[in-house]
Design a binder for this molecule. Structure first.
Ligand code: ZN
Ligand code: ZN
Length: 52
């Protein structure tokens, strides 16, 4: 229980980023997009995010 971080995928469908803690989205971009168009391509610009 020392350094256990809960990690889960960003709540945006197309985003492959991981988020930790109480966050649901990796970025504001994802939060906005998930609200307007959940199936849109992710534009969070995070390294490693497969936004193709
Ligand atoms: Zn992303
Ligand atoms: Zn994201």
């Amino acid at each position: 229980m020392d350094d256990v971080r809960e990690q889960k995928k960003c709540a945006h469908q197309s985003c492959t980023c991981m988020v930790s803690g109480e966050r649901r989205y990796c970025s504001h971009e994802c939060e906005d997009m998930a609200d307007t168009d959940p199936t849109s391509v992710c534009t969070c610009n995070h390294t490693g995010c497969k936004s193709t």
